[in-house]
Design a protein around this ligand. Structure first.
Ligand SMILES: Nc1ncnc2c1ncn2[C@@H]1O[C@H](COP(=O)(O)OP(=O)(O)OP(=O)(O)O)[C@@H](O)[C@H]1O
Length: 551
């Protein structure tokens, strides 16, 4: 079983101890039955010594059984904790391209549903292990009591196992389906939460979405889980019925064919009824274990990066002097027959302290270029050179350390850290909050912003603050000024950019602000994935075209 295999791989020693404890617990349980039969039932009048021995046996049983269960629970929760941490580290290490392709809904479904299923699976694992160990030990005890009755019991339990096994196949099929519909439901939840304003304004659209997207997925989910539970219910009741039938069968064969005495048949009945509850609980735990297995496979199917450790950052970063792209191309994967969008071949260079603007129409490839430039997307052909040295395959994580960015779909973290990941001194943050005209609004302590709930424009200013504080050689800005009011836009182009330039920071900004083209040292234009540098006259020409288009 996948769950047990992974557990055995990761924590073999702990699992070994837990299995030993479970075996001990099952053996003590059987000792209690044997004690009742041979010392309590046989004695006409049990002596106080016998009662003390019985009490001692019960205390040992309580101690070992609790120890075994707690140890397995602890082991399970530790496994889930490690798995969760490993998964997040793998996710952080996975290429952005791959993460984009997986999609946030699928990732969220895995991080919540799959991790929860694995946890629930582990909670039930002790029941399965205990039930199986107890049954095996009980069967050995029964073989010792009477071989013919043992053979009948073994055949009946094997038949139960065989039918159960075929039902598990069906249960697994439906649980896999349930998990697929979980992914779809997460997509719907995300659409409904992110699109709440649009849906609130148009109830008919909300109704249509509900009826045509959400409800069918929820219905299929219900149908599949109902089928899985039906098979499971049948498996549990079938096992119960066969176990009870076994008690009758043992008495029948013992007494009718003289295969065993009445006392031995009664001992069989006692043992079988004794293991019935643990065995039934073990069978009832199977669906949760199947679900946990499906979830582990689902987590594996994400194919996240193998590396579950963070890239250690060099204390002495390479100083950014220059950057160039030579004949670099990148192409998206095509969903259909039509050819996918390609940027390049691109030739581009930037020197330390330069202010570079990238202009171009919607969908021309500017954002793709910025991801390529920052090493988030890797070139499909061509070369990227840092300080005139080509970047090799294993050097991309180090190359990326040259950049901080405010992308169009940026995320504002509360933590403000520098190039080494250390919290920035509050006086340094204050200085830039002043430049960004946000000091009256934002409070912070020990490098943490106290709040991030501000207007779009204000949040973008804080995102710029975070990017500047990272003290990288190059800052990438994707239409940063688009959300700023005209007064602050002017401050950005006329005061902040020159200030960054003075500090030797290279700024590469995607912009449509033709009015401020003169703030840039160089202007490039992206057109259908092709990048070309504009001469001064071309810049003016573009300025005129853009101003006419906006007037
Ligand atoms: N994840 C993706 N998968 C497939 N194609 C994509 C993907 N992202 C973008 N594209 C395609 O790449 C093209 C360029 O997109 P990009 O976001 O780089 O344009 P842009 O110049 O930044 O546009 P805008 O100014 O509208 O932000 C688009 O036409 C789009 O069809």
């Amino acid at each position: 079983m996948n769950l047990l295999r992974q557990l055995a791989n990761n924590q073999f020693k702990a699992l070994f101890i837990v299995v030993l404890l479970s075996i001990a617990s099952a053996l003590v349980t059987l000792s209690v039955i044997a004690f009742i039969q041979y010392r309590l039932l046989d004695a006409v009048n049990p002596t106080p010594t016998v009662m003390w021995q019985f009490l001692l046996l019960l205390v040992v049983l309580l101690t070992i059984a609790t120890w075994a269960q707690v140890a397995l629970h602890k082991l399970g929760h530790q496994f889930v904790y490690l798995k969760r941490c490993q998964l997040i580290k793998q996710l952080i290490n996975t290429d952005i391209e791959k993460v984009d392709n997986i999609g946030s809904a699928r990732l969220l479904a895995s991080l919540s549903t799959d991790i929860r299923s694995v946890t629930v699976g582990f909670v039930h694992l002790p029941q399965l292990i205990y039930g199986v160990v107890l049954t095996i030990a009980a069967m050995l005890y029964l073989a010792f009591l009477s071989l013919p009755l043992f053979t009948i019991s073994l055949l009946t339990l094997s038949l139960t196992g065989l039918i159960g096994f075929s039902l598990i196949g069906k249960i697994t099929f439906h649980i896999k389906q349930v998990r697929e519909y979980d992914d779809r439901l997460y997509k719907d939840y995300q659409a409904i939460i992110d699109g709440r304003k649009e849906l609130a304004l148009n109830p008919n659209k909300a109704k249509r979405y509900f009826e045509e997207e959400f409800a069918p997925n929820a219905r299929h989910y219900r149908n599949q889980i109902t089928k899985a539970d039906t098979y499971n219910g049948f498996a549990a009741n079938m096992a119960n019925t066969l176990i009870l039938a076994l008690v009758g069968l043992n008495y029948y064969t013992a007494l009718s064919f003289n295969w065993a005495s009445f006392e031995v048949a009664s001992s069989f009945a006692l043992v079988i009824l004794f293991i019935r509850t643990p065995l039934m609980t073990a069978i009832a735990s199977l669906p949760t274990l199947v679900t946990a297995n499906v979830s582990i496979k689902k987590l594996e199917s994400l194919a996240l990066d193998d590396k579950a450790e963070f890239t250690s950052q060099q204390k002495n970063l390479v100083t950014f002097k220059s950057l160039s792209l030579k004949e670099v191309t990148y192409q998206y994967q095509a969903d259909s027959e039509e050819s996918a969008f390609q940027v390049g071949p691109i030739n581009f260079s930037a020197e330390r302290g330069q202010i570079i603007f990238i202009i171009g129409g919607n969908g021309s490839g500017k954002s793709t270029f910025s991801r390529l430039l920052s090493g988030l997307y890797l070139p499909h052909s061509g070369q990227i050179l840092l300080n005139d040295t080509p970047v090799l395959a294993e050097q991309w994580p180090i190359y990326r350390l040259q950049f901080s960015a405010v992308f169009s779909d940026y995320y504002l973290f509360r933590q403000i850290v520098d190039s080494h990941g250390d919290y920035v001194d509050d006086t340094v943050i204050d200085e830039w909050l002043n430049h960004l005209e946000m000091s009256h609004k934002v409070s912070h302590t020990k490098g943490h912003l106290s709040d991030t709930r501000y207007s779009q424009g204000q949040r973008k200013r804080l995102a710029l603050l975070a990017a500047v504080m990272e003290q990288r050689g190059c800052i990438l800005l994707d239409e940063w000024a688009a959300d700023q009011d005209p007064r602050f836009r002017k401050i950005f182009y006329r005061k902040l950019l020159p200030q960054l330039k003075k500090r030797g920071v290279t700024v590469i900004a995607i912009t449509h602000d033709d009015k401020y083209f003169d703030s840039a040292d160089r202007v490039f234009k992206m057109d259908l994935g092709r990048l070309s540098e504009l001469s001064l006259s071309e810049q003016r020409q573009n300025q005129t075209i853009l101003s006419q288009a906006t007037s």
